[in-house]
Ligand binder design. Structure first.
Ligand SMILES: CC(C)(COP(=O)(O)OP(=O)(O)OC[C@H]1O[C@@H](n2cnc3c(N)ncnc32)[C@H](O)[C@@H]1OP(=O)(O)O)[C@@H](O)C(=O)NCCC(=O)NCCS
Length: 329
């Protein structure tokens, strides 16, 4: 069946992305995020995800010039925009603004009246027209998969010696896994936000901000996350990893994202060790592995010091930040 565009605006035509567009989308995406781009892995998954619209913009000659995805979350009250990109030859001419205006109007037709806020995360500067809800620090590590076991031993030794030094004065709980029902209770507990200081009131899962509300539990469940907390019912520290996925970096690497919520320095170290151990114990990771850890800014210094001193797994980037922003829709 012949494909039909879904509209046009300011000299571009807009199309719902399909599987057959993948090669063009990939050629438009070369070099994005220093090789840490998630889209090569997520593209096909995105096309079938409930509540998500992936739009492509084409020039009058049919050339693919931009992509943007909009995911309706927070029980229909927010739209999270992701994946925005413009082909190199069309940058600097306002195309990012055009595709966003079209995507907003398209999503408004699909969900009339419900969406109140448009939300996004990014690593660069704040964007005009958006208000900043939160900043998180990112610690990025890199190493070949085979070095991570000895890196983990290195971290555990540090934890043990720190523990031995402080055993008489503090007792720090172990991090425990959260199963589905416990997770539900923890996430829907109205006290969660104040106990773990959720950034901007959201769980940010691999750059995707989701308010801890019933309607988002299914979205989080789809992501197949592994959760660790300091307590099964009233945690002050919550963390998880997103299953590793391939990225183009260094000719093909694996990317691991760890998200942390809470400000306790020792619990952050324990969460890092516990989650990395779970990531690597399956023995499935090969080649270069890049780990990004997203956390409260006050934790970065401690966590980066904790990870120092190993020759196989080293810092991938200097201090950088994830910004969470929103504007009225
Ligand atoms: C960032 C990028 C999408 C900008 O595209 P562009 O068409 O060259 O941007 P322009 O400066 O010409 O367009 C300006 C408009 O886009 C908006 N814009 C630019 N970058 C944006 C971003 N990262 N997120 C949201 N809006 C953005 C501006 O607010 C402005 O909107 P307005 O016209 O409504 O005022 C493009 O450089 C790109 O594809 N980079 C690589 C991928 C990337 O970094 N994506 C950003 C993800 S956060």
């Amino acid at each position: 069946m012949e494909r039909k565009s879904v509209g046009d605006c300011e000299g571009l035509t807009f199309w719902l992305a399909q599987a057959e567009d993948y090669p063009e989308v990939m050629s438009m995406s070369e070099g994005i995020y220093g090789g840490n781009d998630y889209l090569p892995h997520r593209y096909h998954e995105w096309l079938g995800e409930p509540g998500r619209t992936v739009l492509l913009a084409r020039s009058s000659q049919g050339k693919l010039v931009a992509l943007e995805s909009s995911l309706v979350v927070d029980e229909g009250t927010s739209v999270v925009v992701e994946g925005l990109r413009v082909c190199v030859s069309a940058r600097g001419r306002g195309v990012a603004g055009i595709i966003q205006r079209f995507a907003d109007s398209y999503v408004r037709q699909l969900y009339p009246f419900t969406i109140k806020m448009k939300r996004l995360t990014r690593s660069d500067d704040e964007l005009a027209k958006y208000s900043l809800l939160a900043r998180r620090a990112v610690l990025s590590l890199v190493g070949e998969a085979e070095y991570y076991n000895s890196f983990l031993s290195h971290l555990k030794n540090k934890l043990c010696s720190a523990g031995a030094a402080s055993a008489l004065t503090v007792s720090v709980p172990e991090m425990v896994p959260l199963e589905k029902e416990q997770l539900r209770d923890v996430l829907l507990d109205p006290e969660l936000h104040s106990r773990v200081q959720l950034p901007g009131g959201a769980i940010i899962q691999d750059w995707q901000p989701l308010r801890p509300v019933e309607g988002n539990l299914e979205i989080l469940a789809r992501r197949n996350l592994t959760w660790l907390a300091d307590s099964k019912d009233a945690p002050v520290f919550l963390s998880f990893y997103t299953p590793p996925y391939p990225v183009p970096y260094n000719g093909g690497s694996m990317r691991v994202n760890i998200d942390m919520f809470g400000t306790d320095h020792v619990l952050a170290q324990r969460a890092l060790v516990g989650l990395l151990q779970r990531v690597f114990e399956k023995g499935e990771l090969k080649g270069t592995v890049v780990v990004h850890v997203y956390m409260a800014t006050s934790l970065w210094e401690t966590l980066q010091g904790f990870c120092e001193g190993h020759t196989g797994v080293t810092r991938h980037r200097d201090y950088w930040e994830q910004l969470f922003m929103e504007k009225e829709f």
